[in-house]
Design a protein around this ligand. Structure first.
Ligand code: ADP
Ligand code: 5GP
Length: 188
């Protein structure tokens, strides 16, 4: 089996529930690992260094890119986000499943590097639900909400490029469906 398949990319518009579904997936299947990204965005309340992200200045981020330590990166909503190489290669080489929760441009770069990666696009049930979830999370100011909703429409056009699209109507069932996709791809 191609090792790329141990790499699982999850994308979807901000607020659709990517982190929530992946948290549930990992609670049910603790052997599934999460790639922790680097970001230049400020830490949100409730987040922690090395758990949600590795937080750094744009300058530090640039240095890491130049040092070749970042596998892929993208600018999103005014901040840099990227996958450290150290989060991925060794683990998939050992046959461990690693989930990357990243936006659509980064997913495109991962697809070039790992053509057989399992890629899943998470859809909100509707734009109204997406806005309600983004507001309900209470982490963004109005300008950030508007930027993220505007970007959501563009992001959803990338869905056909993914191995599978899943609608996050209900967390539990969505996590179950995601697990099934990962399992089937790894058995194929
Ligand atoms: P993302 O990681 O895609 O930005 P989050 O996982 O932070 O999104 O979810 C955004 C908000 O929506 C959170 O407050 C979360 O509790 C809520 N949420 C996630 N999935 C669902 C769902 N299936 N039904 C209702 N609310 C959800
Ligand atoms: P947030 O600020 O809501 O945590 O994340 C904003 C967006 O950046 C989300 O779509 C998230 O998936 C994406 N993202 C997080 N980490 C990475 C990464 O390492 N690379 C890329 N390309 N996108 C990322």
């Amino acid at each position: 089996m191609n090792k790329d398949r141990y790499l699982v990319v999850v994308s979807g518009p901000s607020g659709c529930g990517k982190d929530t579904v992946v948290r549930r997936l990992r609670a049910l299947h603790p052997e599934i690992e999460l790639s922790v990204s680097a970001t230049s965005r400020p830490m949100r309340a409730g987040e922690a260094e090395g758990v949600d992200y590795y937080y750094m200045s744009r300058e530090e981020f640039r240095q890491k890119i130049q040092a070749g330590e970042i596998l892929e990166h993208a600018e999103y909503s005014g901040n840099l986000y990227g996958t450290p190489k150290s989060e991925v290669d060794k683990r998939i080489g050992q046959g461990r499943t690693v989930v990357l929760v990243i936006e659509v441009e980064g997913a495109g770069n991962i697809r070039k590097l790992y053509p057989e990666a399992t890629t899943v696009f998470l859809m909100p049930p509707s734009m109204e639900q997406l806005e309600a979830r983004l507001r309900g999370r209470g982490t963004e100011d109005e300008a950030s909400i508007q930027r993220r909703l505007a970007r959501a429409r563009e992001e959803m056009e990338y869905a056909p490029l993914y191995t599978t699209t899943l609608v996050n109507d209900e967390v539990e069932s969505c996590a179950d469906r995601l697990y099934e996709i990962i399992r089937q791809r790894q058995q194929a």
